[in-house]
Design a protein around this ligand. Sequence first.
Ligand code: HEM
Length: 409
Amino acid sequence: MSTVSDPALPLRYPFPPGELGTPPPVLEWARKHRPVCPVRLPSGTRVWMATRKDDITRILTDARFSRDLVHEGAPRFVGEDFTSMAGGIFNLDPPDHNRVRHVISRFYTRGGVETYRPMVRRHADRLLDAMAEGLNPADLVPAYAAPLPLAVSSEILRVPVEQREKYHSFFRTQTNLAVSPQEVAAATEAVIEFTGEVVEAKRRTNTAGRAEGPIEALIEAVAEDEISETELQGTVAYLFVTGSEPLVSPLGTGVVTLLTHPPALRDCLDDPALWPKAVEEILRYHHNGVLGMPRVATEDVRLHDVTIAKGDRVCTPMLGATWDPAHYRNPAKFNIHRRTDGTATFGAGPHFCLGASLSRMFLHTAYQALFTRFPTLLLAVSEHDIPWELDLFFTKPAVLPVAWDPDSP
Ligand code: HEM
């Protein structure tokens, strides 16, 4: 782990990343020296950043920190992004939050997501067949890491992939830290419009009223007065934002990490029962969103030597938690045999990631399919020449050239 000398405060986000997609070294500095550290976002907004796992858990489970960001002056990274969308599960505090989450949670339980596993495998095999037929070396991002999550999430949400692809650039702009606030706001408008079209089309065609997927369940809940139309639209829009992009990052970063840690990869190939352990360690090692979503204090809260005043904004980078040496021995070491798991990467409290079980099942299936099909896979460039996307919420390789022995079984 590299170290940084005392930086100027407030820190400026985005932070320079660590090597090979690992956490920005400044998180380690902050955890040691300023556990509640002032940070300036690209929008100019100032937030407090907590980096110790215990503090992060405390904030995420403390009702005095609100996730309702649908108001004038709410903290934004750049501009009016998805955190500004009214009614979404993401932006609700309990008890409204529980009411909306309850409508869709059954589609994302551990048992529920197992029903998707054969579908994930089918899409993985289809993409890997095409890769085997194509160029060698290949860029794994367009060949596998990007299309697989999109195909899977489109099936779960029961929305044609071509329709989703049309709006992909808007999703990307919403999570870009280097564009203008106007571009972000326009992308959010486009997502809201897209969501409205999808909901309307489903209402037209699903006349049997069967809730076969999460969007249908939300539509039915409106019909039964369980949730409002705004909650439906906001939550569907958020399912589009979260559904696929957060999986592109760990798929790409995980492959880089496994290829640069051959003993871990060999262990998984020799004993496939180890894949879930490898998934946990990749999730711990590479959270894909660096700073986490902001919260607003509804009362003064004292934490270490700082008073977080009512109205102050707080961010909780999950990488702070999953690299906290008080909880993970030698956190910079990638070790698939750890006893501790990667749960902290998915947050804590009422907003704990709805897609946690889905992500675990998806990554397990996707890594295993890839490396079983291409056991000789290797990086086609030096790991230090892999370009990383640095302007997005999500850390991921922009290009991932890989090669394999075509004659290997
Ligand atoms: C490895 C990939 C993923 C990671 C690391 C991740 C991480 C997180 C984290 C940290 C939160 C909590 C945010 C907060 O409290 O401020 C969250 C919330 C959420 N995630 Fe994920 N996520 C991932 C994949 C997914 C996927 C595939 C879905 C698809 C359904 C998803 C859906 C959601 C939703 C709907 C919420 C909001 C839940 C709520 O507000 O009740 N996530 N995620």
